[in-house]
Design a protein around this ligand. Structure first.
Ligand code: ACK
Length: 997
């Protein structure tokens, strides 16, 4: 409120204080996130506060024009030295408050304006408090009180002001907490000033009752510690149910943050204006969800409210698996146009689909076979002798083949169409029937099939050649199928000789074989079925021997060739093995390339040590063996998953000593652990880059097994930053990030995906050079304390991992880029834990819902933009590491681009340069918005009361102006000053474009 608006005042009291006008004192602010514990402007009777001594503070109550009291306490003993006047409130119950706010409105007389008081007159008073579980009545002991602050006026008034009768009202707010007793007193100590305390308002902040996403959140008191949030679980409104636990976080300023999860209206209810209402008659809602009720589907109805499933009309049904949204349906009519074709051995039945499908698509057919005598009414079911291909029931095509029927018989086939509701209907079944008489020759028998031998995948059969005096046998056809799987697989092969080897069979499986022969007059009938089984693992040797025996015996008839052949196989096998070993490493490179990584000319490709049959070969291909006498271990610096991590010295072949870190494998390890331990060396040894931790070598030939790497004086990046919170310039931090990005670019160029990029896995040396480390690959997830099990079963460091990698383990350089964004955030917040105390499940959910980490305090906007870019949901749209390095290089070359803090630009809205243009410069909405955007919203009243009501005025404020508004915290003063500098630049740009602020 501007001072100019204040009404003229009347004088009282020796030196004459101004009286306050009602609209200033009774200004009606209502804040729904504040709970008021005391407001002197709302007390109708006497306040009854205690004064010590009695002639110190003086209570004066006046009435405003609405007859409401204005309680003022005044003191003005400026003529006498050594004043110590106390004014104590009544006992104020704490309620649920943990931190309280005291807002005081007062006027203070300028000492210079009072003659003869030099030396005794003061321009401040002190604010105290004392906690207690009950009221102490009139008892008062100043020594029991704790000082909150010294309160000074931004504006004191002079005699001249009094003459002009202009009110200079100060408003100061102080916070106190944590408060834990049942209540407290406030006390105001005057030490010789001329003060009128006009009003006191005591309140605490709360996140107010709210309904979000159909969930109710009660009034919640924030934590005293302003950096931590209170997690509140919402309860669903009536007729709603939970979908992903609804949660909100209550922030220190009484704001609800990060909405997660939601409730949805139950079945039969729909959402109307934030609550759930029953569906009307003729409407239904079958699923819980925030969808509207729908009209009943065809052939169904309902006469009641809140219906979840509509009832079917008569003659219509709903199959068990039919969704309630589907129309009710009925059985199909009978198939049409049944027809039969018959040849020597088979009957082919065909028909057309029914004319009425009953409204469904799940149509199948069944064929019933009946064998009838000469009287068509005397029929019996055919029984098992007859075969249907593919099967007699559940047919989806409108045809079937019938085999193994008897000659000279009458058969009737009834073909029925069915669908998913046929079983539910009591109406008589409708089918198409067709009768056929068989008159073909019965199948001819050609003798007995013998199994000569069987291996896992083949069977050798033979039979006796038939004796047909008048016909020439052209060849044999052998049909076979798996006994258990008759309909699915049916194969055949031909042979001119009376023997065959059938290959490609499944091990230890029973097969059925038929055979028929072809003569010059055509095919004869099939033989009966023969059943043979393939062998299991143990049978192969015998079979191979049998095979060789058969081949050899047949071809040579002697033992010599068998020996020669055996020798030949052995030798060629050996040679192949030898050649394979030679090619091994090259093949692995090739196979890696086939895994999708694009090889850049001149860039080495990473070789996965897992592709080596023997991982110790990989270690020695990529890591030097170090003689342990060259290593001097000095001290233990940490604990790794496999054993201690030590620092020490390594004597180089050139006799120089270099500092190293030594990872050891503790005794009693299993072979698998040794492999995993050395795998890191096999990976690290392939890299050579200034931002990747360098491998010096390994000790594998003596105990303990060790991995020796370069020493990084400052240890891991996360703890290093936490230890040096706020110590670095933005450029230094960007330099570190640039290093990490450069290392990651190298890794991604080599086709290596890190999967566990996080500040804890970056090491820092004494020159602040950051290097990527921890190449555990498969074991990382076990090793990393951050890794948690996902629903897909893997162990993943959730907070650092891209959503697609969490959801379906799609790890790539793009998912590394996501992790890099998190590392950026860790660096800019000096090692803060990403997503703070949120649980992993909430992190996953909030990312899914589009939430992203906000910029850490003091983070340049350009860097936060880059982070957001790295956290693009669509992985192909994330920057490549090459882009990141280039971008950071540009920032480093042009440091002014780092001056705009995110706080400065939040809350601005974009304005177009000219109609149709893409907005370039942001513009603020109000002073309050601007303060909110730099997280200083708590000072909005101070600014407005002090008259800084427009951004233009704010942009001209000096540090003194800021102090005068009552902002005492140095950090806050600094933040506001630096934000004002940015504001000036922004306003200049906006004005250059011809816009008004
Ligand atoms: O945070 P720190 O001091 O840095 O504690 C861990 C500890 O060993 C267990 O991993 C430190 N550490 C690991 N490698 C190195 C290294 N090459 N140089 C210096 N310290 C290292 C790490």
């Amino acid at each position: 409120m501007g001072y100019e608006d204040a009404r003229r005042l009347q004088g009282i009291f020796g030196l004459v204080f101004p009286f306050l006008v009602a609209f200033l004192v009774h200004a009606n602010h209502s804040y729904n996130n504040q709970v008021v514990l005391l407001d002197t402007t709302a007390v109708l009777g006497e306040l009854g506060w205690k004064t010590y001594p009695l002639n110190g503070w003086d209570a004066i109550t006046e009435m405003d024009e609405h007859n409401r009291p204005i309680h003022t306490y005044q003191v003005c003993n400026v003529m006498e030295a050594n004043q110590n006047n106390w004014l104590r409130t009544n006992w104020i119950p704490r309620d649920a408050a943990q931190k309280i706010f005291v807002e005081m409105k007062f006027t203070l007389r300028d000492c210079n304006s009072i003659p003869w008081v030099l030396g005794t007159c003061k321009e401040t008073f002190n604010l105290y408090y004392m906690e207690s579980d009950e009221s102490h009545g009139v008892k008062f002991k100043s020594s029991q009180y704790n000082k909150i602050d010294t309160i000074a006026a931004d504006e004191s008034f002079t005699q001249m002001d009094l003459g002009d009768r202009i009110l200079k009202l100060n408003t100061e707010v102080r916070e106190v907490g944590p408060i834990s007793r049942k209540g407290f007193y406030l006390a105001f100590q005057d030490i010789g000033a001329c003060i009128a305390l006009v009003s006191v308002r005591v309140y605490y902040k709360k996140c107010p009752f709210t309904v979000r996403n159909l969930a109710i959140f009660p009034d919640t008191v924030p934590r005293v510690d302003s950096s931590s949030l209170v997690e509140v679980r919402g309860s669903c409104v009536k007729y709603a149910e939970e979908r992903d636990t609804p949660k909100l976080y209550c922030g220190a300023d009484g704001d609800w943050l990060v909405p997660l999860g939601r409730c949805i209206c139950s079945i039969g209810y729909e959402e109307v204006d934030g609550s759930c209402h029953a569906c009307r008659p003729s409407f239904y809602k079958a699923f819980a969800g925030n969808i509207k009720c729908s009209k009943c589907p065809p052939h169904s109805f309902t006469y009641s409210d809140a219906t979840s499933v509509c009832q079917c009309e008569k003659g219509y049904f709903r199959a068990e698996k039919d969704p309630p949204t589907m129309a009710c349906t009925k059985p199909p009519s009978a198939p049409r146009n049944a027809n039969v074709n018959i040849n020597e051995t088979a009957l082919f039945l065909e028909w057309s689909p029914p004319s009425d499908m009953g409204g469904r698509k799940d149509l199948t057919y069944s064929v019933i076979c009946k064998k009838c005598g000469s009287d068509p009414s005397q029929c019996e079911l055919c029984g098992g002798g007859i075969r249907f291909i593919p099967r007699p029931t559940g047919l989806t095509n409108s045809s079937v083949t019938v085999l193994d029927f008897v000659a000279h018989a009458n058969y009737t086939f009834e073909i029925e169409a069915m669908n998913g509701v046929s079983e539910l209907s009591f109406s008589p079944k409708q089918f198409a029937a067709i009768t056929v008489t068989t008159d073909q020759e019965a199948p001819s028998f050609i003798g007995i099939l013998r199994k000569d031998w069987a291996s896992q995948n083949s069977i050798a059969l033979s039979w006796k050649e038939p004796d047909y005096p008048y016909e020439v046998v052209l060849d044999y056809e052998i049909k076979y199928y798996e006994k258990e799987n008759e309909e699915l697989t049916y194969s055949s092969t031909k042979s001119k000789a009376p023997s065959v080897i059938i290959t490609g069979l499944k091990p230890a499986t029973k097969y059925i074989f038929h055979i028929r022969l072809r003569t010059t007059s055509g095919y004869r009938g099939y033989s009966p079925k023969f059943e043979f089984e393939t062998g299991d693992e143990t049978s192969d040797m015998a079979a191979e021997q049998g095979q060789i025996l058969v081949i050899t015996t047949a071809a040579v008839g002697g033992f010599t060739l068998l020996v020669i052949l055996t020798l030949f196989f052995l030798i060629t096998g050996r040679c192949q093995w030898y050649i394979k070993a030679k090619l091994n490493s090259e093949e692995k490179r090739q196979s890696h390339l086939q895994n999708g990584h694009l090889q850049f000319p001149g860039v080495k490709t990473y070789v996965d040590p897992d592709t080596y049959e023997d991982p110790s070969l990989a270690v020695h291909e990529f890591a030097k063996e170090i003689d342990p006498s060259r290593i001097r271990i000095e001290r233990v610096i940490g604990a790794g998953e496999f054993g201690e991590v030590c620092s020490g010295r390594l004597r180089t072949p050139a006799k120089r000593e270099i500092p190293v870190a030594i990872k050891t494998l503790k005794g009693g390890y299993m072979e698998r652990q040794r492999k995993d331990f050395l795998k890191e060396a096999s990976i690290m040894g392939q890299f050579d880059h200034p931002n990747i931790i360098r491998l010096e070598g390994v000790v594998t030939k003596s105990r303990p097994v060790m991995i020796v790497v370069e020493y990084m004086e400052n240890g891991s990046l996360d703890s290093f930053l936490r230890k040096h919170d706020g110590h670095f310039t933005v450029i230094q931090l960007v330099g570190m990030l640039r290093g990490i990005a450069s290392g990651m670019k190298y890794l991604s160029d080599m086709g290596y995906v890190h999967r566990d990029l996080a500040a804890r896995n970056i090491l820092v040396n004494s020159n602040l050079v950051c290097k990527v480390s921890d190449f555990g690959l498969s074991r990382i997830m076990e090793d990393d304390p951050e890794a948690a099990y996902t629903t897909t079963g893997g162990k993943i460091p959730i907070r650092w991992t891209a959503p697609e990698a969490i959801a379906y383990r799609k790890f790539s350089s793009a998912s590394d880029a996501w992790s890099y964004g998190i590392v950026m955030w860790e660096v800019m917040s000096y090692g803060e834990r990403p997503y703070w105390e949120m649980c992993n499940q909430d992190v996953i959910l909030s990312i899914e819902e589009g939430y992203r980490l906000p910029a850490p305090m003091g983070c340049p906007a350009s860097l936060h933009q880059l982070m957001l870019h790295c956290w693009h949901k669509e992985r192909n749209l994330r920057p490549r590491f090459l882009d990141i390095v280039n971008f950071l290089d540009k920032l480093i070359r042009n440091p002014s681009s780092l001056h705009t803090m995110v706080e400065d630009i939040l809350g601005w809205c974009n304005i177009p340069e000219s109609p149709g243009d893409v907005p370039e410069y942001p513009v603020f909405v109000s002073v309050t918005d601007w303060l909110d955007s730099i997280k200083m919203g708590q000072y909005a009243t101070n600014f407005l009361v002090a008259g800084f009501t427009s951004l233009d005025l704010v942009s001209r404020m000096s540090i003194e102006d800021i102090r005068r508004t009552g902002i005492t915290l140095i950090g806050h003063q600094r933040r506001i000053v630096s934000s004002i500098q940015t504001l000036r630049i922004q306003i200049m740009h906006i004005q250059e474009k011809g816009f008004h602020v």
